[in-house]
Design a protein around this ligand. Structure first.
Ligand code: AVJ
Length: 325
């Protein structure tokens, strides 16, 4: 017993000694020190945050995941007719690869390229998928899609389909979303296309409920960010001093998530500190909602054409396909 304890302690201290990359420290500090404090939504997804997000996806109030899945169930055959078969399926933010795997039996890609922020997250899923679909060449890539990124030469050029489900595009500012789409368009030959999930503008009460669920899972997801930042920046955030807030900002057509200080709070970290007065907040996420026309205009501005969309009976969510030529 003492043996294994001391081994565990050694492993722990090695993990704790791992230092955060300087650009991440800089990004976090800049956000915390800004007049209107803010953080990037990519920091939600540590081990706990990723599990909480999976729980969000099965909440009754959180319609996007379920609605998108229904759209695929209903319209996958039609999508395949529009898109055609073969080519390279490039999965942006692949995670467990489950959404793309549903498309394999209808799209029959020659190559599957799952991309996520860390390749190690993809490895297990890809190994399992490779056994189920031995004839599809699989190349997992670790890239941060919010940074400048480039596809390596292993990614085939022939008939690329950029797959971006889940309405993750909503996390970008509209001008960043346009830049992102332009970046994809630049990686397209004339036979390429994009298949993207887009959350649509709807009644404010439905949107508010989806991001402030009755069980408090989204609140836990938002608050967990502070624990993750404590780990990355060695801040001394106390989660209990902060309150989850989420609402649809109709003028800006976006869900905003914030963490509001329940009292006056001083947050310190090696090399910095920030005082928050009671009621002051940290802006933790935007999730933009589009109309189909609005998103088509963005696609057109990025150089995509022949757009085609599928939606659910309530028109809460859309899956949109567009061609590079
Ligand atoms: C992963 C960005 C699509 O905006 O709905 C869910 C993240 N945040 N609940 C979204 C999220 C709070 C989600 N995206």
């Amino acid at each position: 017993m003492p043996e294994s304890n001391s081994l565990a302690n050694t492993a722990n201290s090695v993990a704790n000694a791992r230092t955060t990359a300087p650009h991440i420290i800089r990004e976090l500090e800049n956000g915390l020190l800004a007049d209107a404090a803010h953080t990037s939504p990519k920091y939600f997804y540590d081990a706990v945050g990723s599990v909480l997000f999976e729980a969000i996806c099965v909440l009754p109030e959180y319609y996007p995941t379920r609605t998108e899945a229904e759209i695929f169930t209903q319209h996958m055959g039609d999508m395949a007719r529009v898109i055609g078969v073969g080519g390279s399926l490039i999965d942006l933010g692949a995670g467990n690869c489950a959404k793309a795997a549903r498309l394999f039996p209808v799209l029959h890609p020659d190559q599957y390229v799952p991309i996520d922020i860390s390749v190690s997250h993809l490895q297990d899923a890809v190994r399992r998928l490779q056994q189920r679909f031995p004839h599809i060449e699989m190349t997992a890539l670790g890239l941060d899609l919010a940074q400048d990124w480039k596809l390596p030469a292993e990614v085939r050029r022939d008939k690329r389909l950029f797959f971006y489900p889940g309405s993750s595009i909503g996390n970008f500012e509209p001008e960043e979303a346009l830049a992102f789409l332009c970046h994809l368009r630049a990686a397209c030959d004339s036979d390429a296309g994009i298949l993207i999930g887009v959350d649509l503008i709807k009644d404010k009460s439905l949107l508010d409920a989806a991001y402030a669920d009755s069980l408090g899972v989204t609140a836990a997801f938002n608050l967990n960010l502070l624990r993750h930042i404590n780990h990355l920046l060695h801040t001394d955030f106390d989660v209990r001093q902060w309150q989850h807030e989420a609402f649809f900002n109709t003028e800006k057509s976006r869900i905003e998530m914030h963490l509001r200080a329940r009292e006056n709070i001083q947050v310190s970290w090696p090399g910095g500190q920030r005082n928050f007065i009671k009621g002051e907040h940290i802006h933790t996420e935007n999730s933009y909602k589009y109309s189909i026309q609005g998103f088509n205009a963005l696609l057109a501005d990025a150089g995509f054409s022949h757009s085609c969309h599928w939606t659910d009976k309530n028109e809460w969510f859309a899956v949109i396909h567009a061609k590079a030529a």
